[in-house]
Design a protein around this ligand. Structure first.
Ligand code: XLS
Ligand code: NI
Ligand code: NI
Length: 439
C-alpha cells in the first residue's frame, strides 16, 4: 500500500491480561491456537465500513465532527480510493480477518444509475486487489436501500413499483460484487421496509412485495452461483416507526409464511435486540432454537437512550451470555462478529477508532473464553437438564412425543395429587455466572 494513513498506529500486539498498554490486546490473541484453530479463525471479527470509514459523527441535531486526512480533498472517486486504502491498513493493523460494506459506502453515486454502477465496479476491483494483498476477506455485502430520498417510503415495500425496480437493480449489482469479492454472506437490513402510519399503508401488500423481492434475490444468487448465506437483520423501528423484520420471532414467521426459511438465517444485532424489548441472548436463543443463527452485528445500546446508539461493545455480561448461547448452538457457521458500532460524536481522533475496536475485540474474546468454560463445565446446562427431567420419561415423555391425550392426562392428574413446588434457583445461578465472569 502506498501511504500509511494511520502512521502512529502499530500492528496491535497481544500482550495478555496484565498489560496496561492501551494499544495492545489483553484477550484477543489472533494467532493463539485453540482446539486446532486460531482465535482469528474462531472469532471471525469484521469491521463495518459504514461506521468506521463513512461515519462522521453526525446526529439528528448536528453535522459532522470527524474528518479524516484522506477525506480532506479530491474528487469523490479519488477520495473513495484513498478511503479504501486507509480502511485496509486499519483492518490489517487490528488483525481483523473480515470487513463488511454497503454498496454506497465504498463508491459514490454518479449522475445516474449507469454511472453509479460503473463507480461501484471500479472500486470493487480495487477492493479485490486490496483483499488479495492483505488477506482480509469480505464477511458480507449489502445494498444501501435506505439513505437516498427515493427510498423514503421503502425499497421493496415502496408503494411505487418504479422504486422497487431501482432497488432490484441495486441488489443485483451488490450480489454480483459480493460474489466477485468472495463474500461469505449477504445481508438484508430493511431500514425503511415498514411504515410511518397505517393511514396510507397496505401492510399485507407491502409484506408480499418484500417477500417477492427476497425471492428474486435468491433466484438470482442461484443463477450466478453465489453460494454465500443470505441473512435478515431484524430491527423493530428506526428509521421507520414499525419495521417488518421486527425481531427474530417475527422474522421467522415471515420467512415461513413466504417459504423463504431454507434460504435465510439471521444477522442479530445487540442494540436491535434491546430496541425490540429483548436481550441479545434472547434473540440468539430464538434463532438458535430454530436452527437459523447466522451472524452477529456486535455493538451495544444505552439503557437510558431510546435509539440505536450502536456503541462499541464493552458489556462483558451481556456478551458472555450471548456467546454462551451461540456456542451452545454450535457457532455461527459462515457468520462472524461484525462491529456495527460507531464512535461517540466527540471521539474525533483516528486513535479513538483503534481504542474502540481493541475494546470490542477484547470484550468478545474474553466473553468467548468465559462462555467456553461455562459450557465445558456444564454447570448451567446440568441445572437446566435436571429442571426438565420429568419430560424424559413417563407422561412427560408422552407429551413431548405427542402420544397422549387430554383424557389420559386428566386421569393422571387426579391420581398424582398437587405437584411439588420446586425452586428455580435464579439467585444461585446468578452467583455461579458471576463466579465465571469475575474470578
Ligand atoms: C442499522 C443496521 C445496518 C445494517 C446493515 O441499524 O444495523 O447498519 O447492519 O444495513
Ligand atoms: Ni447492523
Ligand atoms: Ni444498528
Amino acid at each position: 500500500m502506498k501511504k500509511a494513513w494511520f502512521p502512529k498506529i502499530p500492528v496491535i500486539p497481544f500482550e495478555g491480561p496484565e498489560s496496561d498498554n492501551p494499544l495492545a490486546f489483553r484477550h484477543y490473541n489472533p494467532d493463539e491456537v485453540v482446539d486446532g484453530k486460531t482465535m482469528k479463525e474462531h472469532l471471525r471479527f469484521s469491521i463495518a465500513y459504514w461506521h468506521s470509514f463513512r461515519g462522521a459523527g453526525t446526529d439528528p441535531f448536528g453535522g459532522p465532527t470527524i474528518c479524516r486526512t484522506w477525506e480532506a480533498k479530491g474528487k469523490p472517486m479519488e477520495v473513495a480510493k484513498k478511503r479504501l486504502e486507509a480502511a485496509f491498513e486499519f483492518f490489517t493493523k487490528l488483525s481483523s480477518p473480515y470487513y463488511c460494506f454497503h454498496d454506497r459506502d465504498i463508491a459514490p453515486e454518479g449522475k445516474d444509475l449507469a454511472e453509479t454502477n460503473r463507480n461501484l465496479e471500479e472500486i470493487a476491483g480495487l477492493a479485490k486487489e486490496l483483499q488479495k494483498a492483505t488477506g482480509v476477506k469480505l464477511l458480507w455485502g449489502t445494498a444501501n436501500l435506505f439513505s437516498h430520498a427515493r427510498y423514503m417510503c421503502g425499497a421493496a415495500t415502496n408503494p411505487d413499483a418504479a422504486v422497487f425496480v431501482h432497488a432490484a437493480a441495486q441488489v443485483k449489482q451488490a450480489l454480483d460484487i459480493t460474489k466477485e469479492l468472495g463474500g461469505e454472506n449477504y445481508v438484508f437490513w430493511g431500514g425503511r421496509e415498514g411504515y410511518e402510519t397505517l393511514l396510507n399503508t397496505d401492510l399485507k401488500r407491502e409484506m408480499d412485495h418484500l417477500a417477492a423481492f427476497l425471492h428474486l434475490a435468491v433466484d438470482y444468487a442461484k443463477k450466478i452461483g453465489f453460494k454465500g448465506q443470505f441473512l435478515i437483520e431484524p430491527k423493530p423501528k428506526e428509521p421507520t416507526k414499525h419495521q417488518y423484520d421486527f425481531d427474530v420471532a417475527s422474522g421467522i414467521a415471515f420467512l415461513r409464511t413466504y417459504k423463504l426459511e431454507k434460504h435465510f438465517k439471521f444477522n442479530i444485532e445487540t442494540n436491535h435486540a434491546t430496541l425490540a424489548g429483548h436481550t441479545f441472548q434472547h434473540e440468539l436463543e430464538v434463532a438458535g432454537g430454530a436452527g437459523l443463527l447466522g451472524s452477529v452485528d456486535a455493538n451495544q445500546g444505552d439503557t437510558l437512550l431510546g435509539w440505536d446508539t450502536d456503541q462499541f461493545p464493552t458489556d462483558l455480561k451481556e456478551i458472555t451470555l450471548g456467546m454462551y448461547t451461540i456456542l451452545k448452538y454450535g457457532g455461527l457457521g459462515s457468520g462472524g462478529f461484525n462491529f456495527d458500532a460507531k464512535l461517540r460524536r466527540p471521539s474525533v481522533d483516528p486513535i479513538d477508532l483503534v481504542y474502540a475496536h481493541i475494546g470490542g475485540m477484547d470484550t468478545f474474546a474474553l466473553a468467548w473464553k468465559t462462555a467456553r468454560r461455562l459450557l465445558k463445565d456444564g454447570v448451567l446446562a446440568a441445572f437446566v437438564k435436571e429442571r426438565y427431567a420429568s419430560y424424559d420419561s413417563g407422561l412427560g415423555r408422552e407429551v413431548e412425543k405427542g402420544k397422549t391425550d387430554l383424557e389420559a392426562l386428566a386421569k393422571a392428574a387426579l391420581k398424582q395429587g398437587e405437584p411439588e413446588s420446586r425452586s428455580g434457583r435464579q439467585e444461585y445461578l446468578e452467583n455461579i455466572l458471576n463466579r465465571y465472569l469475575y474470578r
